[in-house]
Design a protein around this ligand. Sequence first.
Ligand code: MRU
Length: 332
Amino acid sequence: MRVRTENGDRDIRAVWFEDGRVVMIDQRRLPHELVFVSFDDYRDVAEAIRNMTTRGAPSIGATAAYAMCLAALKGEDLETAARDIKAARPTANDLFYAVDRMAESLAEGADPVEAADAYAQSMVDRCIAIGEYGAPLIKDGFRVMTHCNAGALATVDVGTALAPIRKAWADGRRFFVYASETRPRLQGMQLTAWELNQEGIDHAIIPDGASGHFIRQGVDMIIVGADRIAANGDFANKIGTFEKAVLAKEFGVPFYVAAPISTFDFDTATGEDIVIENRSEEEVTVVAGNRIAPVGSPALNPAFDMTPARYVTGFITEKGILRPSEIEKVRG
Ligand code: MRU
């Protein structure tokens, strides 16, 4: 992604490997500061996934691939490393997919850095293809809604949900994007809006609770990413996705899920079987270091929700746009 910095424009990715270290954007510091952190121990990289220094399913996968690369370079036990890295977060399929692909490559004698770089590049290539397939869906004058961050930050580069948006804009079409803020970690406000801003794409941040208001007023298309897509097309994505999908059906708005095949989990039969991560109460009750909830009131914080396949108009993948009933075609 091309970003504006104090020293001019710069092309960067969300995560990469340099001089024996995994380097990543500290996404917790955006949009205020563009800061990079780097690690040379796979355990620290796993912690960076857990504490959301890096986030978004394909970026989590690529980061995990680089963590496996570090483990291999240092001659660590790869089964232990794979187990530790997979334990970082439970929902995003890309985490498990990436660790397994790296373990296979390393077992075949691949160079660790080359294998991890190839994995990260494959995510970027898939996102470019998702952009090519999805962009024609976005017409001049459209009002497009998205949720959470499914942009370059979440996918190494380019994005999944943001890929068709970037491509349609680059092709000269003009439209408007609603980015819902995404409580409690604010990925929509702090990351998606930052990316749209960098690209000069017309947009506004809306409170999560305003989605229904704007959908009823007139949204032409909703497009989101996914963390895991079950064999029947049910999918998990950031909390707040499900209600948008239900509202979309009520008002006849096409609802698209953009995701690479690495996010499809054919071993999980339905969405009911997807493990939904519960994160700390403090993510909900504490803002900028201050508790904003009454002392004594507990909070519940599911990080994802599950949307049944019947709400999905289509999955935009690197292999084309598939209806939920067609996803068997991309089973690996
Ligand atoms: O908890 P996060 O920030 O890792 O969650 C991110 C999301 O839910 C994204 O929408 C999803 O991973 C798709 S990213 C292309």
